[in-house]
Design a protein around this ligand. Structure first.
Ligand SMILES: NC(=O)C1=CN([C@@H]2O[C@H](COP(=O)(O)OP(=O)(O)OC[C@H]3O[C@@H](n4cnc5c(N)ncnc54)[C@H](O)[C@@H]3O)[C@@H](O)[C@H]2O)C=CC1
Ligand SMILES: CCCCC/C=C\C=C\C(=O)C/C=C\C/C=C\CCCC(=O)O
Length: 264
């Protein structure tokens, strides 16, 4: 897919992974509408990026994605500013085991709701132009991680939702592709818990620096995934040093590989 002129809706764009992807997409000639919780940071980033890429290339609106009404109004505003949305990136997320409801609301419900808004807008069978819906999940979407069980549950939810929609037999008629970005750890604010309790058993938590993925590798892999329209697979895994790859989820019996069951 040529990204020039593509119209992108992105949640959580003011820092971390979202910001890096937004800047890369703008450099590729895409136009991006982004939202985040922090109004001041978002406004100043919008001004900085408009100076660099042009005033009609990037738009910001403050939005709490866990508020259904705010998310709908923000998505509608993106459509009105951009004309339409080709690529929806549900990226906003939090990690704090003390805030179970918030974690599920932001990481799972808001990504699901964002996907539904995008699908309704993009569906060719209902007059839309088609598009791609990308949910930024995590490796925790398909593996247990004992430091962060609630966070892990929220990511499993989005993986289940996304792979289920992608299986809909009418999806090619709808003209929509689905992706789950399942990335390992990238050094952003999120992976540095500052308060006791943000993770379970923080005392045993050590960041294995050798596993960290460089932001530049994350961005390159993400763009590779976006350009690749050939794959039916939904899960795109990004691990340190791999450059990213599509993969299937398998359930393997405890006696090894005797009877692997591919579930997507
Ligand atoms: N950093 C990492 O190692 C990994 C991150 N991820 C996922 O990537 C996504 C981005 O994470 P990072 O950039 O690392 O984190 P970050 O903490 O640097 O950025 C999170 C972004 O989400 C936004 N956000 C949070 N709550 C929001 C809300 N209620 N409404 C609107 N925006 C909200 C923040 O404003 C911020 O822009 C998250 O979904 C995270 O779970 C996945 C795997 C690994
Ligand atoms: C490698 C550093 C671990 C930092 C964990 C903190 C937050 C991670 C959030 C993510 O979404 C990252 C996704 C996966 C890494 C988490 C655990 C690694 C488990 C290692 C393993 O058993 O494979």
């Amino acid at each position: 897919m040529d990204l020039t002129g593509k119209r992108v809706f992105l949640t959580g764009g003011n820092r971390g992974l979202g910001r890096a992807i937004m800047e890369a997409l703008l450099s590729e000639g895409a136009r991006v509408y982004f939202c985040s919780l922090q109004a001041e940071k978002g406004k100043s980033l919008e001004a900085e990026l408009q100076d660099r890429h042009g005033s009609s290339s990037v738009f910001f609106r403050q939005c709490d994605v866990s508020d259904a009404d705010q998310l709908k109004k923000t998505f509608d505003d993106a459509v009105s500013k951009l004309g339409w949305v080709d690529i929806c990136i549900n990226n906003a997320g939090i990690m704090d085991e003390r805030k179970m409801e918030d974690t599920i609301a932001v990481n799972a419900v808001a990504q699901i709701r964002g996907s539904q808004l995008a699908l309704d807008h993009m569906r060719r069978d209902r007059g839309g132009r088609g598009g791609v819906i990308i949910n930024v999940v995590s490796e925790t979407g398909f593996k247990p991680v004992y430091w962060v069980p609630v966070y892990t549950a929220s990511k499993h939810a989005v993986l289940g939702f996304t792979t289920s929609w992608a299986k809909n037999p009418r999806m090619s008629e709808m003209g929509v592709r689905w992706r789950c970005v399942c990335v390992g750890s990238v050094d952003t604010d999120m992976i540095h818990p500052t308060e006791e309790g943000q993770m379970v058993d923080q005392s045993t938590f050590v960041i294995p620096f050798a596993l960290l993925i460089e932001m530049s590798e994350y961005v390159a892999a993400f763009l590779k995934m976006l350009r690749d329209q050939a794959h039916d697979d939904v899960i795109f895994e990004i691990q340190n040093g791999t450059g990213g790859r599509f993969r299937k989820r398998q359930i393997v019996d405890s006696d090894g590989v005797s009877n692997p069951v591919t579930v997507d």
